[in-house]
Design a protein around this ligand. Sequence first.
Ligand code: MN3
Length: 206
Amino acid sequence: MTILLPDLPYAPDGLAPHISERTISFHYGKHHASYVRAVNNGIADTPDEGRALDDLVCSLPAGGLFNAAAQTWNHNFYWQSMSPGGGGEPSGDLAAALEASFGGVDAFRADFAAGAVGNFASGWGWLVFDAAAAGAGSLRIVQTDDAQTPLTDGLTPLLVIDVWEHAYYLDYQNARPAYVDAFVEHLINWEFASASYSAALNTRSG
Ligand code: MN3
C-alpha cells in the first residue's frame, strides 16, 4: 500500500479570496505532495510499507521519516478543516461542548485565534478532544511545533490551522493575524469538526 495524496475536498480556487488558488497550488501541489513522496520513499522495502498513515505517525521515532508522515497527516487534516462558505456557527453536541469548555463559540474563536497567532514556531494550532478528560476539560486548544501532532498524545483532533509561513505568505505576507482571522471567520468546516467529535464520542462510549 502506498500513502496517497488525498484529493482536495474543493476546487483549488474554492477558498478564495481568503486563501488563493496560487497558495493552494504551492501548498497542496508542492509542499504537501513532497511530504507524501518522502513518506513513500522512506517506507519503501521496509517493514513499515503497507501500514496506515496514522499508525506510522504514532509509532515512528523522531526524525525525518516521522516528520514526513506527520506533516502528511497534518495537511490531510488541514484541508478538511476548511470549506468554501465555511465559518458561521457550529451546532449540536459540538456547540454545547464549546460552550462548556470555552464559555461559548465567540470565546473559542478568540482563544483559538490568539493561540495560532502566538505560536512562535512554524507549526499548527489545533482544537482537540481529550477523551480522558471530563466535561469542561474535554475540548482544548493546543499548539504544536514543526511536524508535531496531538495524535501522538492520544488526543483527537477536531480542527487544525497551519501556521507555517508557506500557508499564508503569498496572500498575507507577514500578517499572520489576518490569515488566522480569515480562517476563523470564513473557512472553518464545522460539519467536519462535528463529525470528528461525534465519532470520538461514539468510540469512547463504545
Ligand atoms: Mn503546510
